[in-house]
Design a protein around this ligand. Structure first.
Ligand SMILES: NC(=O)c1ccc[n+]([C@@H]2O[C@H](COP(=O)([O-])OP(=O)(O)OC[C@H]3O[C@@H](n4cnc5c(N)ncnc54)[C@H](OP(=O)(O)O)[C@@H]3O)[C@@H](O)[C@H]2O)c1
Length: 352
């Protein structure tokens, strides 16, 4: 029995301002670390109190530019700071596992930028270490913590779609080919799938769970990393996810979930605060919701930080909204897609 949805449920996210304030340390203060720090300081009581870089000069400049109290010229020094509760790992993918393990060994909780690691085997090392140490670890798949995603979660839980059959998502960006950029450098696990594709594979996992099969087709950049990919993921019940990602064309970033009783379509982009439309099976639009919260673009990263603070203060060690095992499963799907494409880069299933 499915409910009729003429209005969409309210998102259950509590205001990020109300989350208990943790003291954050940023490891590898590059572009995303800057946006993350600014989002936390603008929209919550979370405080980035320390930045750790391979260069004291860069750490000091970052701290001065983003209102951070302490700067360290090594990653070891940052994780040893007793006044840091949680470490945010913002390095290129290839350093995620190494730096997460460093923070975990120092007894810190960790938020690791997406993808959780460069491949599933490295991601498992993070999960195993965090579990053994009893600390909290989470992939920074911030889309999972947005208000709109909570509305879709309620629709899924309430059976609003009936039997799920088709899930779609695209995320392509237009990046000029540059072999020195981390996006194209095999030594930094470049490629579309790990950088942008992780969002569409995660969306499919959110709706359908783990796929039973993965079919990938696409093309490689001159450096050998995957440049464009289309994926069909199929479940044991015959539901399918049709996914697209790439580095040569900016695509609309729309996502849908479709079943016999109805469908949801996001506005663009699905991965940050936008909007949702719910349609009944006859095609009539039943409800439209536009995000009213004024945390646009990457400012929406504040939701994942607030969620992490609540989980840590509740004594959890894994995110109930996006568990480590699910992030590992997403990487297993990407490993398999990269293998089918013949992409070069950090090995599939390699360890540190
Ligand atoms: N959530 C999002 O929306 C989002 C958006 C963009 C990127 N990301 C993720 O964030 C991570 C970092 O991306 P980014 O664009 O911020 O990268 P970036 O600007 O290049 O910054 C990465 C930082 O990592 C440090 N680093 C450590 N080892 C390095 C190496 N071998 N080569 C280069 N830098 C190294 C550097 O800082 P120091 O040398 O000073 O320590 C550098 O500033 C990626 O995993 C990416 O997937 C997430």
């Amino acid at each position: 029995m499915t409910r009729a949805f003429d209005t969409l449920p309210d998102p259950r996210h509590p205001d990020p301002e109300d989350a208990p304030a943790l003291r954050w340390g940023v490891l590898a203060p590059g572009a995303i670390a800057a946006d993350f720090t600014d989002a936390l300081h603008k929209h919550s009581g979370q405080r980035v109190v320390a930045a750790g870089s391979r260069s004291l000069e860069r750490a000091t400049a970052f701290a001065a530019a983003h209102g951070v109290e302490r700067a360290y010229g090594s990653y070891d020094q940052l994780v040893a700071d007793p006044d840091v509760d949680v470490v945010y790992v913002a390095s290129p993918h290839t350093q995620h596992a190494e730096l997460a393990l460093l923070a975990i060994a120092a007894g810190k909780h960790v938020l690791v930028e997406k993808p959780l690691a460069a491949n599933a085997a490295e991601a498992r090392l993070i999960a195993d270490a965090a579990r053994a140490a009893g600390v909290f670890a989470m992939e920074a798949m911030w889309t999972r913590y947005l208000p709109q995603t909570d509305i879709v979660r309620q629709l899924l839980d309430d059976g609003a779609f009936g039997e799920l059959r088709v899930v779609t998502a695209d995320f392509g960006g237009s990046a000029p080919y540059d072999p020195t950029s981390r996006l194209f450098d095999p030594a930094l696990a470049g490629g579309a799938l790990l950088d942008l594709g992780v969002y569409v594979v995660s969306w499919a996992s959110f709706a359908l769970g783990s796929p039973a099969s993965v079919l990938a087709t696409g093309s490689l950049a001159p450096s050998g990393v995957d440049e464009q990919a289309a994926l069909i993921l199929s479940t044991t019940t015959g539901a399918q996810a049709l996914l697209s990602t790439g580095l040569k064309a900016a695509t609309p970033s729309l996502a849908t979930i479709n079943g016999w009783a109805g469908r949801v379509e996001t506005d663009s982009p699905f991965w940050s605060a936008s909007g949702l439309r719910f349609f009944r099976a006859d095609g009539a639009q039943a409800a439209y919701w536009i995000d009213p919260y004024q945390r646009p673009g990457r400012e929406g990263m504040v939701y994942e930080a607030a969620a992490l603070a609540r989980f840590v203060m509740a004594g959890l060690t894994d995110s109930p909204l996006h568990p480590l095992d699910e992030a590992i499963g997403t990487l297993a799907t990407i490993d398999e897609a990269r293998r089918q494409l013949g992409a070069v880069g950090v090995g599939y299933g390699s360890t540190l």
